[in-house]
Each structure stands twice: as C-alpha cells, then as structure tokens.
Design a protein around this ligand. Structure first.
Ligand code: PMV
Length: 331
C-alpha cells in the first residue's frame, strides 16, 4: 500500500470520481434575497482521474498544474494532497460558462477522488465532500457564490437551497453573515431540454444589476417575492408530480426574470419556440444575460429539442435529477 509523506496509507492510484452538472429549475436571483431556489442534477458529468505523479510537478492533462489556469484543481491538490505530486486527467461533458455548473462538477469530482485516495472518506459521506468543494469554490471566486452548485453536484437529485428550513435537511453552510440550508428534494420522473445560447452571461454582473433594481424600487422587490411564489408553486407541483403546474411555475418565473432584466432576446426566442413546440414551460436557468434555458417536456422531447436548436442553441435532453458524485472505479 503506498504511503503519503506523513506515513498515512492511501489508496493505490488511479482513483477516478465523477460528478454531475446542474441547472436551476426555479429561484435564481430571488435566492440572493432569501427566497428558496431549486437546483437539479443533470445527466452530464465531469470525471477526474488521479494517479501518483512522477517528477517534481503535478500535472493536469499532461500540463503543469497551475493556479492561474486550473485554480479549482490546484486548490484541491494543495489542500488534500499537500506536498505530493499527482497527475490529474479530466474529462467533462459539462459545457463551461453555460450556467450548467461545470466548475462545481469538476471541483466535487476532484475532491471526492483526492479524499478517497487519502483514505479520508467514509463511503456515503456527502457532507465532507460538499463542504470541502464549497471552500474551494469560495476561495477560487474570492469569497463570492453560494454552496448551491457544489451541494447539488455532490448530492445529485434535487436540492432546495433556502434560508428557512424545509424537510430533509442535508447540511447548513455559513459564510460571514450568510447562511444557507441545503435540503434533499425528491423529483418525479420528468424530462428537460436544455438549450445553450452560447451568449456569455456573467453571474456577478447580473447579480449586481438585479441588486441595484431591487434596492431602488418597490417594484423590484415585488418581482423577487413573485419569483419566490413561483418556486413554492413549483415545489407543490413536484411533490404531486403535476408537470403542468410545474411548467406554469417556470413560465411565471421567466416573466419575472425578464422584468428583472436578466433575460436576452435569444433566451426568449428559445423559450417561445419550446412552448410553441409543446413544452409545458420554459425559462432561462442560472444568472441569465445569456447562458442556458430549460424547457419542461411531457412525452417525446425531440420536437422541442429541434425547435430550440432552430433558434441557434445547442441542446441536450436530461432526466430531472440524477445520481450525485460517485466513484468510477471498483473498490
Ligand atoms: O449562473 P449560475 O448557474 O451560477 O447561477 C447563479 C444563480 C444566482 O441566483 C443568479 C446567483 C446565486 O449566487 O445564487
């Protein structure tokens, strides 16, 4: 059994783990003001393979690991394999900068693999992975961002993030004055089409814009409250498996997000095309200003996927809620 410099036994390498991307089903932006949000794992995953390295420097996909280019991976190695040389190979189906949680999927997968390699993970302990991955995201983003993406990439399925308590608490995360409660959410078998506009939305810009609007106007605060109502309607619809009501909640949320100014023409064209082709509801997902949209489908997703694609988006189909982080090797 190989040993770490401190004599600890760790797993013979390679160790491979994978974690899913996510979409926000309901509640983006409103969650910044204390309303709940629902995030769901998607069937696009990121895999990270960790092997003992040779030579003096750790590598990622053959290149020297650098904080400048691979900040999440470099922080993970610094924290979980200090003083060691490792080779990382990453493989991702999660498109980056599309609002589908690519950095969280990568961070959660590498944290899971490194913790297992160090013999520091009790099987089934999701909380340790989610907390460590959030610390890394938080450091990488200079103290911004919520634990939503890292929690859903770890836990999979659906996750409710809220200040208030719901059933099935997973963990609570505190950072300075902020506190988030993360909860498991059961999801009925439903299908989403995800459309990527390839317009690059910047989360911080969109959050700042909404912040100004809400600070300056009572109307802004009303919209945030209405987005909260849409999310709660969505939760009721999910609990009863009512896809039509969930679609209505998504349309209501898209209206609010348009009024907040975070939608774009391309997102709106894609949503309209999806509804015309029979989607039960459609909305942007994540911070907006570009990025991706989602459409809720009953039956064959192909006509809706094609309609969204014709507006210039690349598309994929996902079931609602998939498995979270997992080992990809038999151990
Ligand atoms: O664009 P994404 O997927 O990172 O989502 C951002 C969600 C916001 O509510 C806009 C911001 C946040 O921190 O919750």
């Amino acid at each position: 059994m190989p040993r770490a410099p401190d004599g600890r036994a760790f797993m013979p390498t390679p160790v491979t783990s994978s974690a899913p991307g996510k979409v926000i089903l309901l509640g983006e932006h409103a969650v910044v003001f204390g309303e709940p949000a629902i995030a769901v794992a998607i069937n696009k995953r990121t895999r990270v393979k960790v092997t003992d390295g040779e030579g003096d420097v750790s590598r990622v996909n053959g290149f020297p690991l650098s904080k400048q280019y691979h900040v999440h991976l470099a922080l993970a190695v610094e924290r979980l394999a200090p003083g060691e040389v490792v080779d990382l190979v990453t493989e991702s189906q999660v498109v980056s900068a599309a609002g589908t949680g690519s950095s969280a999927a990568l961070t959660v997968a590498v944290v899971h693999a490194l913790l297992r390699r160090a013999g520091k993970l009790v099987p089934g302990d999701e909380e340790t992975v989610a907390r460590e991955a959030y610390e890394i995201e938080w450091l990488a983003q200079n103290g911004r961002g919520s634990p939503t993406d890292t929690s859903v990439a770890t836990h999979g399925h659906g996750v409710i993030v809220a200040e208030e308590a719901f059933d099935e608490l997973l963990w609570t995360v505190k950072k300075g004055p902020r506190r988030w409660r993360l909860h498991h959410l059961d999801l009925p078998p439903m299908t989403l089409v995800v459309g990527n506009t390839h317009e690059r939305g910047r989360t911080m810009e969109q959050v700042a814009k909404v912040g100004r609007f809400v600070k300056q106007s009572g109307f802004g605060r009303e919209i945030i409250r209405d987005l909260g109502v849409a999310t709660r309607q969505g939760l009721v619809a999910l609990a009863s498996g009512d896809a039509i009501a969930l679609g209505d909640a998504m349309d209501r949320a898209q209206n609010g997000l348009e009024t907040l100014g975070v939608s774009t023409r391309k997102l709106e064209r894609a949503c309209a095309a999806a509804r015309d082709a029979g989607a039960l509801g459609a909305k942007l997902t994540g911070s907006g200003g570009g990025g991706s949209m989602i459409a809720l489908v009953q039956g064959d997703p192909l006509p809706i996927a094609k309609a969204i694609n014709r507006t210039g988006c690349s598309v994929f189909v996902t079931a609602l809620g998939v498995e979270g982080v997992r080992a990809e090797d038999k151990r």
